[in-house]
Design a protein around this ligand. Structure first.
Ligand code: ASP
Ligand code: MG
Length: 420
């Protein structure tokens, strides 16, 4: 069996859903489970709705109206018969949000977030499953919350693998024999049946979870790019498609910030030796990228750019040696402020890290660190990571840039730079 994942961009309008139908129809007769995200930018919209609801702002209902109208337009374009049951089902999904909005927020933010934001995926799969049925495919809609079980960490649910595997293996192989299964990415549920989400862009991870638990032949992520490129086209004019990548290279690239696949996706597939295809939903004949266990593929230098970096240098106030005594304290402060370190370097008397400048929590971190250390910081920097670097690739990214900090190992070079 195979697992397909369709992201928000692939189903951002009625044409996108029709295109999904075309792709899936070509696999008639194959066992297939498809995992779908919320349509277009729905998750961002619902995220704003949660914020407004939590602060009891006036425009909460406007945002809800916007989300409803967006989906209604898509439904109208796909189902000319206004009596089709999909109209009611979609409306009912939004009623779940209305019920929450009727009362002032009493529950913790992250909990409310999951209950509201998950509706994006529930609505998109409701529409898509009806559409696939309408074009003649025997389709079954599944609630991913019945299968993907997590702990209680809202917004970043950690998968309870054993329970999840048992649920999936007990139920899905039989269902797959007779129909195309359609389910949601990104969402799961706690053992008490409360909705959780797996972290932004988590639908890739959902696809990997289903595939790993089912022992799938492969997963295909259908994207608006031809596959994994050696750089984001936003930064480079001439990007190259990487036809084949090892699991390790894929993990490294996502670790350093390549956004083409969610970082948690690869490991479960690698454990079960399942090939991951990244392909274009626009140019479906194009082979895309294959990620699998391979030693043969030639390394293609890849570039990952992260702008808006802050370099923080931490020095003990008494000029004592820093390393052994302070590192665990420093790391626990980063952890407490939920800040991920992108690059680090330590010397005898200072420890320097580059992090994303995400605003308030960085301010809070700096304040916290200053209570114990001397702190210097520089903003507006750019972090460039090159996997499989050489002198030429380094020269290519350093035009009109000054190096602030540099780190190299045999395969990867990280350059923290400032524009000249
Ligand atoms: N809809 C969710 C998001 O936008 C999950 C996903 O797209 O993978 O983050
Ligand atoms: Mg997405």
């Amino acid at each position: 069996m195979q697992v397909f994942k369709f992201g928000g961009a692939s189903v951002k309008d009625a044409d996108g859903v029709v295109n999904l139908g075309r792709i899936v129809s070509a696999y008639r007769g194959h066992q297939l489970l498809i995992v779908v995200s919320a349509m277009g930018k729905t998750t961002n919209l619902l995220e704003r709705l949660v914020q407004q609801y939590f602060t009891q702002a006036d425009d909460t209902y406007d945002l809800l109206q916007q989300a409803k109208r967006y989906h209604e337009d898509i439904v109208q374009a796909l189902f000319p018969d206004g009596n089709h049951p999909v109209y009611n089902e979609v409306a009912n999904r939004f009623v779940e949000i209305e019920w929450i909005l009727e009362e002032p927020p009493m529950d913790p933010y992250d909990y409310l977030y999951d209950q509201i934001v998950a509706v994006g995926e529930l609505v998109s799969t409701t529409i898509i499953s009806h559409y696939l049925h309408a074009i003649g495919l025997t389709t079954k809609w599944l609630d991913a919350r019945d299968y993907i079980l997590t702990d209680n960490t809202h917004r970043e649910g950690r998968v309870a693998w054993e329970a999840t595997e048992a649920r999936i293996q007990d139920n899905l192989p039989d269902l797959l024999e007779h129909q195309l299964l359609v389910t949601q990415g990104f969402i799961g549920s706690t053992s008490e049946n409360f909705t959780t989400t797996l972290g932004r862009e988590g639908s890739d991870y959902s696809a990997a979870i289903f595939a790993a638990c089912l022992g799938a032949e492969s997963v295909t992520i259908w994207k608006d790019v031809p596959g994994v490129l050696n750089a984001d086209p936003k930064w480079f004019d001439q990007t190259e498609l990487i036809p084949e990548l090892s699991y390790l290279d894929a993990i490294e690239l996502t670790y350093y910030g390549a956004t083409v696949i969610h970082p948690k996706t690869i490991k479960p597939l690698q454990n079960k030796n399942i090939t991951l295809h990244v392909k274009s939903f626009i140019d479906i004949e194009n082979g895309g990228t294959q990620i699998r266990s391979t030693k043969e593929s030639l390394p293609v230098p890849s570039f990952i750019f992260k702008v808006n970096q802050v370099l923080i240098s931490i020095l003990p106030k008494d000029f004592s040696f820093i390393v052994e005594d302070n590192l665990s304290d420093i790391f626990s402060r980063f952890h407490a402020h939920k800040i991920k370190v992108n690059m680090m370097h330590n010397s005898a008397v200072s420890f320097s890290v580059s992090i994303d400048n995400t605003g308030d929590n960085v301010e809070a971190l700096l304040l916290d660190l200053r209570s114990r250390y001397d702190i210097r910081h520089q903003i507006g920097l750019e972090l460039i990571t090159i996997r499989y670097y050489n002198q030429q690739t380094i020269a290519r990214v350093l035009v009109e840039k000054e190096i602030i900090m540099e780190l190299k190992d045999s395969y990867t070079c990280q350059l923290l730079v400032r524009k000249l």
